[in-house]
Design a protein around this ligand. Structure first.
Ligand code: ZN
Ligand code: ZN
Ligand code: FE
Length: 775
């Protein structure tokens, strides 16, 4: 025992969490040197391994200092320590990565260009002045360029670029801010831009000239291609709409900075922070009076009305607009010249975003006039994420680039599960231990789904042993699951919605679940979508549902909501009263549809809440025919005035929310000449009150006072805000989505959560062989 003297000790630290690709090793290196400790730090497939040797107090305090001083992007989940014999090291070093067998390390999501790199980008004295691929340990592509773990340059698409001497010095120097920045590069050794025959600065100039001339430019970015046009050029925007066969669906805009965003939309503290966050998502913001001079190089005479008109070609009939800030150095260089660009995903309708140069030229040549390419390959494609602010909090509409592959905690560790989601807006989910990794946005493509499954499995070194899927027999994802040969766990669509909300809030329930969406398959093949369930992590049971609405002509009724309006009128017994109701639909179409309805020809029924919103939108003549999903309901929401409306009547039956009185009330409002915004407000209020009444009734029978709100309808801000306010006023605890979308983009997480709990229940009953899980 050496009283008063320090003792020499050596300890190993196993650090888990998001600790690779985020500047963690240089941070450990600096901290160790400051404290005078010897040893080393290195990445391996489980995270980071540190060995420390020196003064016992300094070694003991080290884990605490790691936690409290770590850089912002680092997420330490656990630090285990092990005693080792001293080996009398001198100095502290950063070791090479090890290829270990156990893999639990994390890949960070792609990170927007940091402030330090931005300063260098626009500094004429810097050697990376105007270099479109500048990055450092705090920023740059990650998920989209990594093939597998551990995260090292040779396992990314940067492996084909050999570091020049200067870049290598930075890469190898622990004191440099580019120490082990895997995509580190410069003009001399890194990726280059190209446009037709031109390279580098000349290619960039060519793209800018094309944009200025109103051309459509395909721009290769981080997760794939964008189709870009000058947003101030209305003609160019219209041409993009025509070529993309997208008459109304809103386009997202990229604007130079937050100050510029504030000239177009109402930007508050929450939206500002979200716009500026490292994932740099598209943020849906209320469109405000536009002060930006549009077209013709800033003609000051252009009136406010003309300006609004131009923005309405970007987001027709909507009161909100999707804005994002530049997130790659190339974006900053482009936006420096043109402050506002339409930046829409580079794909043809229903196809995945193009990521490969050849693929882009192949698929987009009938849309884009020119291609601004580069030679850094995109390994995993990922669309921009989309966030909406609901009730002053962020809620994902599309969770993709910048968020993937950050895992969520399942709460229990089980065998690896693959969940394949639903149909539209699809994502998949793979679990590893307690972690659930939701994939990037996939959409409808089966090829992309298979790519995402393969990519995520490889990245996580996981081979799923069970597949969870929807009940719908015709979903491509269900068919894929059936053909996979893996043991299957089918999860009902609306149960999966509620389960995704439970998973996010780390509770297994039971809760009263309100699942309101466009459509989903019920347990016996019914068309569901306005469901109030008793749900937990294992199963669900229907307590209430909306009045069924007839889909005259089946799918046709989804495309032509006037058919739904007619069916609702007929159900309410007032379809024949004619005068003033649906005057826009001519007599013969109306009669044919009514005949079909009454003979029940091609007329399935659905309890879908989305269809009720469509029906009311058509009744108000907002939209008779749609060109994108949920368009009528979205445009109805856009007409809402500030004030909440007076509710219409509805009736609560044993298990049914009867909306026929509501339709009769709307009809008399229409006849009385009440304006559409007022009717819209009254109908939204009615839905919120109807849900609250049913949930309050459900509390009597179940004794539960926690409610989970999920399904695409809860993207509707008014419905979300009013429903949660009314429920809270009744004393309920309300769970809403903050991490995954309420729409079908979150379904895969819910499926994985239910599957995990069913597997665990099976295990607990003594089942040990997963392959024999009952199908
Ligand atoms: Zn940086
Ligand atoms: Zn270089
Ligand atoms: Fe759904």
């Amino acid at each position: 025992m050496t009283l008063g003297l320090s003792t020499l000790v050596r300890k190993a630290l196993r650090v888990r969490g998001l600790v690779q690709g985020v500047g963690f090793r240089p941070f450990v290196y600096r901290l160790a040197r400051e404290t005078g400790l010897a040893g080393f730090v290195r990445n391996d497939a489980s995270g980071v391994w540190i060995e420390l040797e020196g003064d016992s107090a300094a070694v003991t305090e080290f884990p605490g200092r790691l936690r409290s001083l770590a850089p912002a992007a680092v997420r330490i989940e656990s630090i285990e320590t092990f005693d080792l014999p001293a080996s009398y090291d001198r100095g502290f070093s950063v070791g090479e990565s090890l290829n270990a067998t156990e893999t639990s390390a994390r890949i960070p999501p792609d990170l927007a260009t940091c402030g330090a790199c931005l300063t260098e980008l626009f500094d004429p004295a810097n050697r990376r002045y105007r270099y479109p691929f500048i990055n450092c340990t705090d920023c740059g592509p990650r998920f989209t360029i990594v093939r597998e773990l551990p995260y090292d340059r040779q396992r990314t698409t940067m492996d084909s670029f050999k570091l020049c001497r200067l870049c290598r010095d930075e890469y190898e120097n622990p004191d440099d801010r580019r120490f082990h920045a895997e995509p580190n590069a410069c003009k001399d050794c890194g990726p280059q831009l190209s446009l037709e025959g031109a390279r580098g600065e000349e290619a960039l100039a060519g793209a800018i000239a094309a944009l200025r001339a109103g051309k459509i430019v395909a721009v290769k970015g981080i997760g794939g291609f964008h189709l870009a046009v000058d947003a101030a050029n209305g003609e160019a925007v219209e041409r993009l709409r025509r070529r993309k066969h997208r008459p109304h669906k809103p386009f997202a805009l990229m604007v130079r900075d937050v100050e510029f965003a504030a000239t177009i939309a109402a930007v508050d503290d929450v939206s500002r922070a979200t716009l500026l966050s490292a994932p740099r998502p598209i943020v849906l913001l209320p469109l405000s009076v536009v002060r930006y001079p549009l077209s013709g190089g800033g003609d000051s005479r252009s009136t406010e009305n003309e300006r609004r008109t131009t923005f309405h070609t970007i987001a027709p009939a909507l009161d909100e607009i999707g804005l994002m800030l530049p997130y790659s150095p190339l974006h900053h260089l482009l936006l420096e010249e043109i402050p506002i660009l339409v930046m829409t995903s580079g794909n043809r309708a229903d196809e995945p975003i193009a990521a490969d140069n050849d693929e882009a030229i192949d698929h987009l040549s009938d849309i884009a006039d020119v291609f601004l390419l580069h030679d850094r390959d995109i390994h995993s494609r990922a669309d921009d994420s989309v966030i909406r602010i609901v009730d002053g909090k962020t809620q994902p509409v599309r969770r993709s680039r910048g968020y993937v592959p950050e895992p969520m905690d399942l709460g229990i560790a089980v065998a690896p599960i693959l969940a394949v989601g639903a149909e539209l807006k699809k994502t998949v989910c793979i679990t590893r231990g307690r972690e659930a990794f939701l994939s990037q946005h996939i959409g409808e493509s089966v090829t992309f789904m298979e790519e995402a499954i393969a990519g995520l499995s490889r990245l996580l070194s996981v081979k799923p042993v069970v597949v969870a899927h929807d009940l719908h027999p015709d979903y491509a994802s269900t068919r894929w699951a059936l053909a996979s040969g893996l043991p299957r766990i089918a999860v009902q669509h609306h149960h999966a919605h509620i389960a995704s909300c439970l998973a996010e809030h780390q509770t297994t329930g039971p809760v009263i679940g309100v699942a309101f969406d466009g459509t989903g398959c019920g347990p016996a093949g019914e068309l569901w979508g306005g469901e109030i369930l008793l749900a937990d992590a294992l199963s669900s049971q229907r307590l209430f549902h909306l009045q069924p609405i007839a889909l005259i002509g089946g799918e046709a009724a989804i495309r032509q909501p006037w058919r739904l309006a007619l069916a609702a009128l007929d159900d309410a017994g007032i379809a024949d009263e004619g005068a003033g109701l649906l005057p826009q639909i001519d007599r013969s179409r109306r009669d044919t549809a009514l005949a079909m309805l009454r003979k029940k020809l091609f007329t399935p029924e659905s309890t879908s809440a989305g269809r009720w919103f469509d029906a009311v939108a058509a009744l108000c003549s907002v939209r008779d025919e749609i060109s994108y999903e949920a368009q009528a309901a979205i445009e109805l929401e856009a007409l809402l005035p500030e004030e909440d409306g007076q509710p219409y009547r509805f009736a609560l039956e044993l298990s049914r929310i009867d909306l026929r009185p509501t339709i009769r009330d709307i009809a008399s409002d229409l006849r009385a000449g009440v304006t559409t915004p007022v009717i819209a407000a009254r109908f939204h209020e009615t839905m919120a009150r109807a849900i609250t009444a049913a949930v309050t009734q459900a509390r009597l029978t179940t004794g539960l006072s926690v409610v989970a709100l999920s399904g695409g309808c809860f993207q509707n801000r008014r419905l979300s805000r009013r429903t949660s306010a009314l429920l809270k006023a009744e004393g309920f605890e309300v769970l809403q989505h903050r991490l995954v979308p309420p729409n079908d983009g979150g379904i895969a997480l819910g499926q994985a959560f239910v599957a995990a709990h069913r597997l665990k229940a099976y295990d607990d009953q003594g089942g040990s062989d997963v392959s024999r899980y009952p199908r």
